[in-house]
Write a protein that binds this ligand. Structure first.
Ligand code: GLU
Length: 477
């Protein structure tokens, strides 16, 4: 095996990219980029009962949107493919056979009903509900007869009945498990497909994975995996198990308490990099107290040594705070690009780029989500409706005077400069007596549909004189 650092993100395509999956993918990505290694995407799709149409495309899309490009995997290929486990079944079959021959695994003919009964019996006796290993005792003749009779079977690993196993995890340090806590894991199911555990180990070996970086929920599976490495005489990869993600009440992060799909956050208008920055800090911290990182800064600062043991709370308010930060501080053209799909969905035409950028420059200071930005700039494009709360204001005599004055004055020429508009505002006071709120609120209401909002010259500059006149006229009774 070479000394190259090779890490992988190995999701089961269940429909979408979970934020926990994003964290796993990100840490693998950061580590690979930091040390100049390879980041591999492997699709663990051997559970045919959980197959979801379009799930892989969706997953790859989400990874792309947040900027995690992989070096090997579906679409990009590589020397260690195929990168879909469902295309590697022969490899698993071959290795299962080897294990049977070496007496490190055995065929189990127990039906789901047998297993259910066994569990109930064990429970009644106050035992745990592990498989009791009854099929270990079958003789060669019995096995042959069952196979000949067409009885379906699974292949289980033959774990040591007692003693313990320990290993070193880069996060959890020394971890010990007694063997009698570990189930004789099914390696090949009755449909001939491997389980996650088996395929995962075989592939990590053949794909020359040097470091396994994944969620803590897999820590208790490590003994089952190490048994396999040992049985094949392979060197296991180094491992780092990432702390759990928690809801704010410290329970395990769940759908019931909020969104968990990356695509849902993106659809709500979170900036992809804000999500990445936020997720990076769920279980890892930099040396100082820096919290805002560009991707290259994350890569530079990242280290497996600084991964925390304690669970990390998924604090949506912090994510919102980060999002507002990026909203205000990212390059204007980047924000404008990111907002485009939302604006297009809202259905107005932003093809005039200078106008669009000016509108975004104004709106980005006032909102914290891209969806809100699309709403905020709408009055620059679509004549605003006057909402019920402002009908009274728009019908007041003072307002009506102002509307008439502006509709008439603006019509005097086609293009108005900023200072000319400001002069016109002053002139309005002389003509109508309106000052302060009484002056600004009606003007802005007519032009923008709200009493607070952009500076009046900016609105007129962007919507144009004709449209401005129209907006005043619309409100004249
Ligand atoms: N397919 C597993 C999952 O969906 C991969 C776990 C691992 O990285 O080993 O999380």
């Amino acid at each position: 095996m070479s000394n190259e650092i090779r890490v992988r993100f190995a999701p089961s395509p269940t429909g979408y990219l979970h934020v926990g999956g994003l964290r796993t993918a990100l840490y693998n990505y950061l580590y690979a980029r930091k040390v100049g290694g390879k980041f591999i995407l492997r699709i663990e799709d051997t559970d045919r009962t959980r197959y979801v149409e379009g799930a892989v495309e969706n997953l790859i899309n989400s990874l792309k949107e947040v900027g995690l490009d992989f070096d090997e995997g579906p679409e990009v290929g590589g020397n260690f493919g195929p990168y879909f486990q469902s295309e590697r079944t022969e490899l698993y079959q071959k290795h299962a056979k080897e294990l049977l021959e070496a007496d490190k695994a055995y065929r189990c003919f127990c039906t789901p009903e047998d297993l259910q009964k066994m569990r109930e019996e064990r429970q009644a006796q106050g035992l745990d509900t592990r498989y009791d290993g009854r099929c270990r005792k079958l003789t060669e003749e019995e096995i042959k007869a069952k196979i000949a009779a067409g009885e379906p079977f699974v292949i289980r690993e033959k774990l040591p009945p007692e003693g313990e196993i320990f290993f070193y995890d880069l996060v959890r340090e020394k971890v010990t498990f007694p063997w009698d806590m570990v189930d004789d894991q099914v390696l090949i199911k009755s449909d001939g497909y491997p389980t996650y555990h088996f395929a995962n180990v075989i592939d990590d070996h053949y794909m020359q994975i040097s470091h396994v970086i994944r969620g803590e929920e897999w820590l208790s599976s490590v003994p089952k995996h190490l048994f396999l490495y040992d049985a094949f005489g392979w060197k296991p990869p180094k491992m780092a198990h990432l702390p759990l993600l928690l809801n704010s009440d410290k329970s395990k992060l769940s759908k019931r308490q909020g969104d968990v799909a990356v695509e849902d956050y993106l659809a709500k208008g979170y900036i992809p990099h804000a999500l990445v920055n936020f997720v990076a800090l769920l279980g890892w911290h930099a040396k100082g107290d820096q919290e805002l990182f560009e991707m290259d800064e994350l890569i530079k600062a990242f280290s497996l040594k600084r991964i925390n043991k304690a669970g990390a709370v998924f604090d949506v308010e912090k994510l919102q705070w980060m999002n507002s930060h990026y909203m205000k501080n990212m390059k204007l053209t980047d924000i404008a690009d990111l907002a485009k799909p939302f604006v297009e969905k809202a259905g107005y035409d932003i093809s005039e780029n200078k106008k669009y950028l000016a509108a975004v420059r104004f709106a980005r200071e006032r909102v914290s989500l891209l969806t809100q930005l699309a709403e905020e700039i709408k009055p620059f494009y679509i004549t605003p409706e006057i909402s019920a709360e402002y009908t009274e204001l728009s019908e007041e005599e003072n307002s009506q005077n102002i509307f008439n004055f502006w509709a008439e004055k603006l019509a005097e020429k086609d293009v108005w400069q900023e200072d000319e508009i400001n002069a016109l505002i002053k002139e309005t006071t002389t003509a109508t007596g309106a000052k302060g709120k009484n002056l600004y609120f009606p003007i802005r209401l007519a032009l923008f549909g709200t009493v607070h909002g952009p500076e009046i010259p900016l609105i007129i500059g962007l919507i144009g004189t004709k449209e401005a006149i129209k907006r005043f006229r619309n409100l004249i009774k």
